[in-house]
Design a protein around this ligand. Sequence first.
Ligand code: ATR
Length: 286
Amino acid sequence: MVTEKKLRSAPLLLGVMGDPIAHSKSPVMHEAALRALSLQGSYVPLHVKRERLAQAVEGIRAMGFRGVNVTVPHKVEVMSLLDDIDDGARRIGAVNTIVNQDGHLTGYNTDGIGYVRSLKEEVVFDLKGKTVIVLGAGGAARGIIYALLQEAPGQIVIANRTADKAVNLAREWSGLGNLSGCAVADVRQAVSRADVLINTTSVGMHPDIHSTPLESSWIPEGIVVSDLIYNPLETVFLRQAKERGCQIHGGLGMFINQGAYAFEYWTGMSAPAEVMREAVLHSLQN
Ligand code: ATR
């Protein structure tokens, strides 16, 4: 833990490592947070190629970065380079946040908890007993499903283009809750009983904005439909759900909240989430 006095004694160095990285909205978001709390410091984009990842991680220690976010394609590979991995991140199999405590690097995953915080704040206050359908079984789905399982849902059905991946993930975490997996093509009946339907795939993301991950007539009327994508802010999938009377939830809240959790881990201070959201929205619109 870092004291506020120590935090304010020297500029705070923060950043995000990825490849590519120029499009990342994390710098805009965290710079706004630093300014809002009058913290001296910077959050910089760090363009790190795969073959330089180990050196870059050593650089966190060498240059005294307090923390960094890790994004595509390094979230899995970075794990072997850290001193400690938080339990959740280990089970998810990916790290998106590193905290540097006097040269000792600990990896966390704030994507899933950020998503669930946003879902609960915006649309479903209590997930207990709910039937949740998750489209996709990749890295993003793992983070979200792991965090959802902490909320004691009644059932989670994972539906993926490649059925095996969904079935295997359901099997891997069968001890954590009522989970099953199937092909997207076979999920119609399960979807008809859903309270919450979540797209974790990249289908519908810019520039592929006209694609959708599920046949629209399968979306039940009036349920909660959520999409991790935030570019565009409202995907065609969400628009179709809205037309069917569903409550919709876009991916911006997840992005803000994964950043808010990371900021809280680095600073020990409560993150100014509204300021962060405004900064990202402003940047997306320009
Ligand atoms: P991420 O970390 O964003 O989840 P990932 O681990 O590569 O990325 O996983 C991508 C997910 O989106 C997978 O579930 C993938 O389905 P497959 O396992 O069948 O590949 C899904 N996905 C990606 N493109 C897709 C498409 N065009 N149609 C359906 N599913 C797709």
